[in-house]
Every structure is written in C-alpha cells, then in structure tokens.
Design a protein around this ligand. Structure first.
Ligand code: NAP
Length: 486
C-alpha cells in the first residue's frame, strides 16, 4: 500500500534514478519494501543490474567533468536550494521515513533537519577549500598545494538513518566538485529516492547523482571494482566494511568507512544523577536502540549504582512502544525479525550468565520490543562484546576509575563513548584515556554537522562532517613552479 497522507505524493518514487532518468530495471525484477510497524508492503523498487550500475557510473563520470568547473558559489547555491526544499518537505520526508524505517515521527523530523544541516554546512565549506603556498629551499621555486575533487565517487548507506547517512556523504562530495552513485539499503530506499527528487528540483545537474536500488551483492562489486569510481564512502557493519575494503584493493580506491560501535557510557559517583539518566536514555533508546553511537554498555560506579538503576528503570517504564506514526508513541519497532531475534538472544544469554531484570521482562509483539534494563551484567555476556542494536540497557557495576576506563576500552571498536562526572580533573583524565573517535561528557549526544564524526580501531576510517568532512572528497596536488626570477 503506497504511503498515504503525503502533501506532495510525487516524493514517493518507486523507480531508480540512473544517469538522470527515472527508470525500472531492464531485468524486470523488483524488490518489495515493507513497513516494519505493520508488515504491510509499501511498494517495490527496481532490482538494478550490474549493467545499470555501470551506466550510473558512466553518467556520473561525465557529469563530474562539467560540475568540477562550476565555481564554488554556483555549487553552494544549488546545495542551499536543496537544503531549503528538504526543510519545506519536512513533514512528507519524515512520514516516508517513519513508514519505511519505523522510527517515531518526532525522531524522523529530527533526522530530516539533521540531514539537511549537512547541505548547508558543506555549501558553506565549498567556499573555503583553499590550498596553500609553500616556500621551498630553492631560490627559483614556489610550490602551490591545490585541492581538487577526487572525481567520481560511490556511497553505500544503511537503513538506520536513511537520509542523514546519505547527505553526510553527498553534501561534501558535491561541494568539493565530485559526483556520486548511491546504493541505499534495500530496506529504506524511499527516503533516498525522495531526496533525489528534491535534488533535481534544486537544479543538481543530470547524472551527477544516481540512486541505484536493489541488491547489495549485484551492485556492490560493480562499485568497488570500477576504476572510474575513485572513492567509496560506506556506512554500515564492520563485517561488510571489511569486505568492501578487500574488494576495493584492486583499484586502490580511497575509502571512508563508518562502521559498527560498542559504546560505553560511564557514570561516576560524582555525576549529576538526573543528567546521567537523561543522557543514558537518549543515547540508548534513540531509534529504538538502533544507532551506531547507541550506548551498548552502561558502566556505573558502586556509590551511585542503585540510585541510577532505580531512576533509569522508572524512565524506561514511561517509554511507549508502538507505530511511529502515532504521536503518543516514543519508540517504534525494530527494522526486521532478525533484529528482534538478536535482542532475544542477547537478553537470554545475559540472564543465563547471571544478569537480572531491573525492569519488566522482555516481551515482543511482531517487531515491537519492550525496552529492558538488566543489572549484574559482566564481561562474560554477549551484550558486553557485541553491538546489541536494540532497546536493552545492560548495567555493569565498577569500583575505580581505572577499572572503568580499562573495561570501556576493552573492545575492538572505537566509535562513540560517553561519561558523566562533575569533577573537572576526572573529565580531562577520562576524556583523554577513552580510546574512541568521539567522547561525550555529561551528554548522550555526539552528532552534529559541524563536528567530525567517525571511529578508530574496527569502527572505521575517515571522518564525516566538520571541516575534515570535505577533505575526504579532495585530493592534494603539489604544483611545483621552477625557474622563477627574483
Ligand atoms: P550492513 O548490513 O553492513 O548494511 C549497510 C549497507 O551495506 C546497506 O546498504 C547494505 O545493503 C549494504 N551491503 C550489505 N552487504 C553488502 C555487500 N556484500 N556488498 C555491498 N554492500 C552491502 O549494515 P546495516 O545492518 O544496514 O546497518 C547497521 C550497522 O551500521 C551497524 O553495525 C551500525 O553500527 C553501523 N552504522 C555505523 C554508522 C557510523 O557512522 N559509524 C552509522 C550508522 C550505522 P542492503 O541493506 O540492501 O542489504
């Protein structure tokens, strides 16, 4: 059943955008997309072929050659128009997102604004891609360091933030003068397609952006093997990121990899209890616990432990689980049945190793899962070493700062981390000691367009957003000028 209630129904497209043409697949094959809240089929998308992916790459290559000659101001003006159009369609984009992804409407609106913010930020950055001039040892020489676009790029994006994970990549790419072929998750293609409709209206040149829908195993290898694609930007699991890195080796592609996390959230005895509870609620239950920066392990010092568990359990009991389109609900469904099965497995494993419910026990209904608080959690349990990606809040108890930092860092992942303290010396000590790309002090949120976002260790390579975000799409060229007469 198509999405009803849109004020602009033309935003809902069931075709791919390839080289400037909205198209079905020549294979005739389609994939169904369902609503995780109801299980109903929303519509279909073309299962694009390898040949169609090649066509999108060729069109992107040709469009990029013209786009890179446009002035930064001209590129910025189109990005700003796109930004305005996204905000003007906020309600429709949020509805499409909630229906295909499940997150509650208020969060979907938040994501639309967050997604748009990258277009404005990188429109501004387009005007500041200045190089440098170097004075070398030789009297007759000067060296100019130019910043030039990488060229044709590709992006593969996940289902948990179907708009923002796209604009965080394509806004800096277009600002820098690159083109981009995007494969969105087959679970959430309609947000990406709506974004592309607005890109066309904003005046983005034909072919510069393609949205190739379909199966990862058909499209992914074409993007990685193509010598024309000079960079791949991927957000998703560490497992798939590693696979794409391997596949990209033969063409020595530049890579940005935003991968999985296992975020610790530390609450020290001297923390403000209410700030810590609010931070943990936000970082744990946003998007039903399905974000890469969700706190996965809650480490609480013994002096505040019981009060923290009691207060957060009260807050968890207030969450209302249901269809995200109903404004009284504060938590939507999980994305699919496999996600529900993983939650069950993690909770059962923890209980079998000695953890206890502090909240009401887990119950599931289709893809709806009640949020739970577990206490008595230890490193022997799966919740401590795997990304749970759902509304389970596992509490570990610790005694000393050193013990907490060691526990927090004992993971191969290094994306987000959070800690709560009112001691300024501890804030510096712990902030510097946590081995993560992002650290939040007295907050459960570390995402904004103006700060670099990304991980270390197995959480990835490169940074998105902030000033470094555009460098991911720029090459440095040293231009040596010799024989100058002084
Ligand atoms: P995923 O399974 O790795 O999928 C991500 C994207 O990769 C999707 O478009 C998927 O396509 C595609 N894909 C899957 N297998 C592929 C293959 N063999 N070749 C090419 N592409 C392939 O991850 P997910 O379940 O969608 O997303 C959740 C993961 O993303 C979590 O680990 C989360 O932490 C991570 N994440 C990280 C960040 C960050 O910024 N670091 C942000 C958000 C999410 P289909 O969906 O069409 O199969």
């Amino acid at each position: 059943m198509p999405i009803s209630g849109l004020s602009d129904p033309s935003l809902f497209r069931e075709q791919a955008l390839i080289g400037g043409s909205w198209t079905d697949s020549t294979s005739g094959k389609t994939l169904s997309v369902d609503n995780p809240a109801t299980g109903e089929i929303i519509g279909t998308i073309p299962a694009c072929t390898a040949a169609e992916t090649e066509k999108a790459i060729a069109a992107a290559d040709s469009a990029q050659k013209r786009w890179k000659t446009r002035t930064p101001d001209e590129r910025a003006a189109i990005l700003m128009k796109w930004y305005d159009l996204i905000l003007a369609s906020l309600d429709d984009l949020a509805t499409i997102m909630t229906v295909e992804q499940g997150k509650v409407l208020a969060e979907a609106k938040g994501e639309v604004k967050y997604a748009a913010s990258f277009l404005r930020w990188f429109a501004e950055e387009a005007r500041r891609m200045d190089g440098t001039i170097i004075t070398p040892p030789q009297r007759d020489r000067r060296v100019l360091v130019l910043k030039q676009p990488v060229g044709t790029t590709a992006a593969i994006t996940p289902w948990n933030f179907p708009l923002a994970m796209i604009t965080r990549k394509c806004a800096p790419a277009f600002a820098a003068g690159c083109s981009m072929v995007i494969k969105p998750s087959e679970l959430t293609p309609y947000s990406a397609l709506a974004l592309a409709v607005l890109a066309e209206r904003a005046g983005l040149p034909s072919g510069l952006l393609s949205i190739v829908t379909g199966e990862a195993k058909e499209i992914g290898p074409v993007l990685t093997a193509s010598p024309t694609v000079r960079k791949l930007s991927f957000t998703g699991s560490t497992h798939v990121g590693a696979l794409l890195m391997e596949q990209s080796a033969s063409t020595i592609k530049r890579l940005s990899l935003e991968l999985g996390g296992n975020a610790p959230l530390l609450v020290f005895d001297d923390a403000d209890l209410e700030t810590a509870v609010a931070g943990a609620m936000g970082s744990k239950f946003r998007n039903s616990g399905q974000t890469c920066v969700c706190s996965n392990r809650i480490l609480v010092q013994s002096g505040i432990h019981d009060r923290f568990v009691a207060r957060i359990t009260e807050e968890v009991a207030k969450l209302k689980v249901g269809n995200g389109l109903d404004p009284k609900n504060t938590m939507g469904p999980l994305i699919n049945d496999a996600a529900v099965a993983k939650i069950r497995a993690h909770v059962e494993d923890a209980l079998s190793h000695g953890a206890r419910y502090a909240s009401a026990p887990l119950s599931t209904d289709g893809r709806f899962v009640t949020p739970v608080v577990l206490e008595g959690v230890t490193s022997a349990m799966r919740v401590s070493c795997e990304e749970t990606f759902g509304p389970v809040l596992p509490v570990f108890k610790f005694e000393t700062e050193e013990e907490a930092v060691t526990l927090a860092n004992s993971t191969p992942f290094g994306l987000a981390s959070y800690f709560f303290t009112t001691d300024v010396s501890r804030a510096w000590r712990v902030g510097e000691a946590l081995d993560f790309g992002m650290v939040g002090l007295n907050t459960g949120s570390v995402s904004m367009e103006s700060a670099p976002f990304g991980g270390i260790k197995q959480s990835g390579l490169g940074r998105e957003g902030g000033h470094p975000g555009i460098d991911e799409f720029l090459e440095l060229k040293s231009f040596h000028m010799a024989g100058l007469k002084f």
